[in-house]
Each structure stands twice: as structure tokens, then as C-alpha cells.
Design a protein around this ligand. Structure first.
Ligand SMILES: Nc1ncnc2c1ncn2[C@@H]1O[C@H](COP(=O)(O)OP(=O)(O)OP(=O)(O)O)[C@@H](O)[C@H]1O
Ligand SMILES: [Mg+2]
Length: 353
């Protein structure tokens, strides 16, 4: 074995390499399993006869040992290769998982950055639109106030009481317009900051609608016929009064603003199945189809408004207020024929369950 040579011993008892002559073994031959410079084992054949093995036997054994050694070595190499392959596959799997995590983190970071950028861009656009709206919408009433005040200063002595009153009224109306505009901007600011809250409380819708209609008749709607009809029991609802006021006063003032003096504005309230359905119909200029899709966007105004004053904030406020109530809004309009806006809000009473 040490010399990596095959051996053949004809008589074991006569060979000095055998220390103890055991039992019935008389002759023996052995061939080492050699791989490269290394013997990895021995094939050993023993016999109870003397001189049992010939030189040919030993050569046969040696050839056999050579083939066995090749097979063993191949099996060992295969096993090592397989182990290496498995460990490589494991490492690839680990790296892939790490890469996937890193990718996911990268995607999230990218999303966050683009969200922030989008918000920033949106705010920038809002600011631009606000500045262009404000510079236009504030300038008109301010010009009116300034010119009426100057005229009053110079001519009040010559003027009749009626003439003076007319200019005082102009100043008042222009001031009210500006106040309304500021109110809208403030409400929209609250909306953008997520501070417009839904705080429902018991409310008599019948009375509430009558009061709003009365207020409008006294101010803006004096030249229109505002007709209110109420169906069903509207006295016991549970809604947010402030939001409801935003909804109805904006819709009604639009109906007035965008329809000719003397025309009829129908305001219907129908309460049934736990829903309050408010419908406001005018015979005004209508909304072009391409603008209808953008009606609830801040500062958006339709192409056909011409010189009718407005900020384009009213409908955006209406939409947010309807959403906060968990309601729906629907607009049907035809150019030159009129507009019907339908708002459905859950009444929020016990009976609607
Ligand atoms: N009843 C209506 N008839 C015709 N057009 C309408 C009507 N209601 C809304 N619109 C169109 O929708 C646009 C948006 O309405 P919104 O109430 O938001 O703004 P606005 O009336 O222009 O300004 P404000 O903020 O003063 O209400 C209007 O500019 C107008 O073009
Ligand atoms: Mg409006």
C-alpha cells in the first residue's frame, strides 16, 4: 500500500511481512486503488490454498483496482461538484433576495420623491392660478370701490340723494363680493390642508332651505324667481350645517349668476329612503361638455362665462363638502338651455338604517 504496488504472496506462512499467521489464510494478493499520487484503498483477495493466485490473476486484480479507483474518484468529484453547485445556488438565491429588497426600497423611495414632487408641482400650479385669479377678481371690485369713493368725494355736494345712494350701494356690493371671494379662498385653504371637517348635528332641512332661499332673494337673486319645493319629511336630518351651506349657497348662486334675470330657478328637496336629494335647475347659459369634466377642479371656469365674475372655487368646495357627507353629485347641462345639479346626501337619521 505504501509503495502503491500490487503484491502476490503464495505462502503467507513463509513471508516475513506477516506477523501472525492467522487461521486458514494461506495465500493472498492485493492491488492498491491509486488516484494520482495517492492510494485511496486496497482490493484484497485471500485464499485457504497455497499459491492460489497466478500472475494473470494479479494483473486482472490490478486492472480491476485501477477501474474501481477511477469510479470512486469520479463519485467523489461528482459529490464535491454537487455540493459546490448547491452552495452556489444558495448564494445566488440569497443575493437575489437582497437585490429584490434593495429594488423594492429603491422603488418606494422613487415613489415618495415623485409624490413629493407632484405635490410640489400641484401647489405651484395652484399658486399660479390663485395669483392670476386674485389679481383679476380683486382688481375689479377694488376699482369700483375706488372710483365710487372718488366720485362721492368730488361730487357729493351737487349729487341727489339717490345718486349718492347708488354709489354707496356699489361700494357695498363690491366689498361683499370681495368678502365672498376671501371666504371661498379661506374654505379652499382649509380643504387643501385637510381641515374641512364633517361634524353632523340634527338639522331641519325644510327650514334650512327656506332660510337660504330667503337670504338669496334679499341679495343676489332679487331679479330671478327662486322656487322651492319640498317633498317628504325633511325636518329630521343629521348633517353638517356648515358644509351644507357651502353646497347649497354655491349651487344656488351659480344658478342665479349664470342665468338671465327674470328666469326661473327651481330648487327641489326630496327626502325619502334615508336620502335627501337636492336638485337645482336653471335656464341659463349651460356648461360646455368639455368643461363639465373639469367642473370640480380648483379655479376652473368654463369657456362661455365671458365677463361674469367668479373664482372657479365654488364647485370645488361643493364637491369636497358632498364627499365629506358621503354623498353624490351629478351635473346635467346643455348650452343655452340650462343646468341641473343633483346632490344626494344620506340623511344620517336612525330611520335610514
Ligand atoms: N349653473 C351653471 N350654469 C352655467 N355654468 C355653470 C353653472 N355652475 C357652474 N358653472 C360653470 O362652472 C364653473 C365653475 O363654477 P364655480 O362655482 O366653481 O366657479 P365660479 O362660479 O366661476 O366662481 P365662484 O368661486 O365665485 O363660485 C363656472 O365658472 C362656470 O363656468
Ligand atoms: Mg360659483
Amino acid at each position: 500500500m505504501r509503495e502503491r504496488q500490487p503484491i502476490r504472496v503464495g505462502n503467507v506462512a513463509a513471508d516475513p511481512r506477516y506477523l501472525v499467521a492467522t487461521s486458514d489464510i494461506r495465500s493472498e494478493m492485493a492491488a492498491p486503488l491509486v488516484v494520482g499520487q495517492r492510494a485511496i484503498g486496497v482490493v484484497d483477495v485471500q485464499s485457504s490454498w497455497l499459491d492460489a493466485f497466478s500472475g494473470d490473476d494479479l494483473r486482472l486484480l490490478t486492472t480491476l483496482a485501477g477501474q474501481l479507483a477511477t469510479i470512486f474518484e469520479k463519485a467523489r468529484l461528482d459529490a464535491a461538484l454537487e455540493a459546490e453547485r448547491a452552495s452556489l445556488a444558495r448564494r445566488v438565491e440569497e443575493r437575489t433576495a437582497e437585490l429584490r429588497t434593495a429594488n423594492e426600497q429603491l422603488r418606494q423611495a422613487h415613489e415618495e420623491v415623485s409624490r413629493a414632487l407632484g405635490k410640489e408641482k400641484e401647489l405651484g400650479e395652484l399658486k399660479t392660478r390663485f395669483i392670476s385669479m386674485a389679481s383679476h377678481e380683486f382688481r375689479t371690485p377694488l376699482t369700483t370701490i375706488l372710483s365710487s369713493a372718488e366720485l362721492l368725494e368730488h361730487y357729493s355736494r351737487q349729487w341727489t340723494e339717490d345718486k349718492k345712494l347708488e354709489h354707496f350701494r356699489r361700494i357695498q356690493t363690491a366689498t361683499k363680493n370681495m368678502m365672498g371671494l376671501l371666504d371661498d379662498v379661506l374654505v379652499m385653504g382649509k380643504v387643501e390642508a385637510g381641515k374641512l371637517r364633517f361634524i353632523p348635528a340634527p338639522i331641519d332641512l325644510d327650514k334650512f332651505c327656506r332660510d337660504i332661499v330667503e337670504e338669496l332673494r334679499l341679495s343676489a337673486g332679487a331679479k330671478h324667481s327662486l322656487v322651492l319645493t319640498v317633498q317628504g319629511d325633511a325636518t329630521q336630518a343629521h348633517m353638517d350645517e356648515t358644509l351644507l351651506r357651502h353646497i347649497l349657497s354655491n349651487l344656488l348662486s351659480n344658478a342665479i349668476k349664470y342665468s338671465p334675470p327674470g328666469s326661473i330657478i327651481q330648487f327641489e328637496l326630496a327626502c325619502r329612503d334615508g336620502q335627501a336629494v337636492f336638485q337645482i335647475n336653471d335656464q341659463g347659459i349651460g356648461i360646455p361638455p368639455e368643461d363639465q369634466a373639469h367642473l370640480f377642479e380648483t379655479f376652473h371656469r368654463a369657456a362661455n362665462v365671458r365677463n361674469i365674475a367668479g373664482t372657479g372655487l365654488g364647485m370645488a368646495i361643493v364637491k369636497r363638502s358632498v364627499d365629506l357627507h358621503g354623498g353624490t353629485i351629478d351635473v346635467a347641462s346643455q348650452i343655452g338651455v340650462g343646468t341641473t345639479v343633483t346632490v344626494s346626501l344620506p340623511m344620517g337619521t336612525v330611520s335610514d338604517e
